[in-house]
Design a protein around this ligand. Structure first.
Ligand SMILES: Nc1nc2c(c(=O)[nH]1)N=C([C@H](O)[C@@H](O)CO)CN2
Length: 118
């Protein structure tokens, strides 16, 4: 299956398990890969037949503005379900990085695939 992706999207969101995090907005770095058949768009040169990555990015930003969670896991799962439904996607991979959390690590975060491949 073809893939449409966004890499390095900066997303501002209220997220964190600790008390001090409930009052601040933090920036996550997001990579998204979506399975999508590009042939109808390629055959017609028509954006309406494509998976519009600008629309994906806008939907992600709006979702992030409308929620507040403690865990990256919750944010990832809810966002994945939101995108699968809104864009009628058969599969996606979503990677979230929360920068600056652990001084001994370059990056921490998680990656999910939905529907699961295993
Ligand atoms: N698996 C996770 N571990 C941790 C999370 C998380 O969302 N998922 N969150 C935190 C804290 O919010 C931390 O990022 C604050 O610096 C700790 N561990």
């Amino acid at each position: 299956m073809d893939k449409v992706f966004i890499e390095g999207l900066e997303v501002a969101v209220k997220i964190g398990a600790y008390e001090f995090e409930r009052a601040i907005i933090q920036c996550l770095h997001l990579d998204l890969t979506c399975a999508f058949d590009i042939r109808p768009a390629a055959a017609t040169d028509d954006l309406s037949k494509a998976l519009d990555y600008a629309a994906l990015a806008e939907s992600i930003q709006q979702f992030a503005q409308s929620v507040q969670f403690e865990l990256l896991e919750t944010f990832a799962e809810r966002l994945a379900q939101h995108l699968l439904g809104e864009f009628n996607l058969p599969w996606l991979r979503l990677k979230l990085v929360k920068p600056g959390v652990n001084p001994l690590a370059q990056r921490v975060g998680l990656e999910i695939e939905r529907p699961c491949s295993d």
